[in-house]
Design a protein around this ligand. Structure first.
Ligand SMILES: [Zn+2]
Length: 539
């Protein structure tokens, strides 16, 4: 099995993306997760370009990464100075990493119009820079910027540039499609051309401007590259870099290359979610392999088929990449979806057949009233519990709430305050208030505060997303609104829903389901742990 080096540049190329900015602490936490994932190189930043990156290189040494080598990134020396006198190269060495990656020009247009030096002089710049670094660090990777465009414009010169880096002792030459405009067929030809001239190992670094960065990277590997550079979730300048979250499983599961171990591959979905979280970007539901929808089935026929054999509509076993199968509940669905869900939730349906018909009817009624359970599986699970097991799972009773939204002057932001009274498990009454930046926020705060008295674990619940959708739309502000809330704790994420003419009421329904679900699932998990422990003791 051929081994492929995974070179992650999320912390350098990835953080050059619009809307993405990682703090030093973020970068260190991401580095740890990348190490767990089994990537071979972590490009930590550009020490010459900002002080935060210099600090990263100091701090990352204390993390004690077990697997990944850290690389510092920079560019070839300036024209007209010796490498030893170039400040940026000195800063690169000061980073104290075992690997230094430098980017250099290989496209004659850039040498003429950007550097504005003779073509010959650029070859000296490359040679001098690589040779200088090579005697001072273990590995020097040369990123051949715009290699594929350069090859199209002036093939002889582009190849001279990479040969200059190779002759000067570069450990690996990485061929870059920096503008992201190349097609797989051009990548194939370019890698072949470089292979014909060089014996040094090659890497591939693609950008996604034609939505082909993953395909191009895979093509590069198939044509003999041994290293692939990319970022988690494809973050990067413009349209992004090659998405390692797709590249790794494609190479490993579809083409038989070895990138990471099977155990590490299972961490892929987690690492992807973690990086989204730190970047403060909503995860892409439809992301290949790791998205929430990647193995979600909605059509009744599909659901019936995947229950018989998941291979019917799933190209891989989702567990291999840490994802899982989901069945969506919607009016497209029939009995088979419901049975699937019941089984997944551990609800006994055989002894409850009349209840199934009643539940299907209730579901249809609720959907007619504007409820949608596709993004609200937690609400659905609670509903199912109620229909099939008799009682609704409910851990508290509302006595009443009041929300006041006040704007005192035109120039002050409005403030909201909610007061709430709830009855806890043993009939105790809790009466609290909270302020918020809006009525729903205040209500959420007050509900948590009140419930926290009975159930401290509600403090673990975080609101990840809150969506309001106006349904129908013909009645203006009197129209129905549907509120979808996504909550989470350390272990899970769950969605809940509420529908009303009143946005506060709809939000309340979704909030209550969210808290109920948290309490319900924690108890169910504890129950399962106890049962497993009992079973272990007796058998
Ligand atoms: Zn790049």
């Amino acid at each position: 099995m051929k081994r492929i080096q995974i070179y992650d540049t999320t912390l350098r190329d990835g953080s050059q993306a619009e809307d993405i900015s990682f703090t030093l602490e973020d970068k260190l936490r991401i580095a740890e997760r990348l190490d767990d994932l089994g990537v071979h190189y972590i490009e930590g930043g550009w020490p010459g370009s900002n002080p935060r990156d210099e600090e990263f290189f100091r701090a990352v040494k204390r993390l004690g990464l077990r697997h990944a080598k850290v690389a510092a990134f920079g560019s070839t020396r300036r024209a007209g100075v010796k490498a030893a006198a170039d400040r940026n190269l000195t800063l690169l060495l000061d980073a104290g990493t075992p690997v230094v990656t430098i980017v250099g020009k290989t496209w004659d247009l850039h040498v003429r119009d950007d550097l504005r030096i003779p073509l010959e002089e650029n070859l000296e710049v490359i040679c001098d820079s690589v040779a200088f670094l090579k005697t001072r660090v273990d590995e020097v990777i040369f990123d051949a910027e715009h290699f594929f465009d350069g090859l199209a414009a002036n093939p002889g010169y582009a190849l001279d540039c990479v040969r200059a880096a190779a002759d000067a002792g570069a450990t690996l030459i990485c061929l870059c499609d920096t503008r992201g405009g190349s097609l797989p067929v051009q990548i194939a030809a370019g890698v072949d051309a470089a292979r014909a001239k060089l014996t040094v190992p090659l890497g591939i670094h693609c950008h996604n401007d034609c939505e082909l960065a993953v395909a191009n990277s895979v093509t590069g590997i198939e044509h003999g590259c041994v290293q692939v550079q990319g970022t988690i979730n494809g973050f990067g300048e413009r349209c992004g870099n090659a998405n390692l979250v797709s590249v790794i499983p494609v190479l490993q599961l579809k083409r038989g290359y070895h990138c990471v171990t099977a155990t590490q591959l299972k961490r892929l979905a987690d690492v992807s979610a973690f990086v989204y979280e730190l970047a403060n970007i909503e995860p892409n539901k439809r992301q290949a392999f790791v998205g929430q929808s990647a193995f979600a089935h909605k059509g009744g026929l599909h659901v019936a088929a995947v229950q018989k054999n998941p291979e019917t509509y799933e190209h891989i076993d989702p567990d291999l990449v840490g994802n899982s199968q989901r069945v969506l509940v919607s009016d497209l669905s029939g009995r088979s979806n419901l049975l699937y869900k019941a089984e997944k939730f551990g609800i006994d349906i055989e002894s409850n057949k009349p209840a199934v018909a009643a539940l299907l009817q209730e579901l249809k009624d609720l959907e007619a009233r504007g409820f949608a359970f596709e993004g609200a599986e937690a609400s659905f699970e609670l509903l199912m519990q109620k229909a099939l097991d008799g009682d609704r799972v409910r851990y508290f009773r509302l006595i009443g709430f009041r929300v006041i939204d006040e704007k005192r002057t035109e120039h002050e932001p409005s403030i909201a305050e909610a007061t709430i009274m709830v009855e806890g498990p043993d009939g105790q009454i809790e009466h609290t208030a909270a302020q918020g930046n809006g009525p729903v926020n205040a209500l959420d705060g007050a509900l948590r505060k009140a419930l926290g008295k009975f159930y401290p674990e509600v403090a673990e619940v975080r609101l990840h997303d809150y969506k309001v959708r106006v349904l129908g739309g013909t009645e203006g502000t009197a129209a129905l609104v549907r509120v979808l809330i996504e909550s989470g704790d350390e272990h899970d994420r769950w969605g809940t829903v509420g529908v009303s003419h009143n946005v506060v009421e709809a939000s309340w329904q979704a909030l209550v389901d969210s808290m109920d679900y948290k309490l319900y699932k924690d108890r169910r998990a504890a129950h399962r742990r106890r049962r497993a422990a009992d079973a272990a003791r007796h058998g």
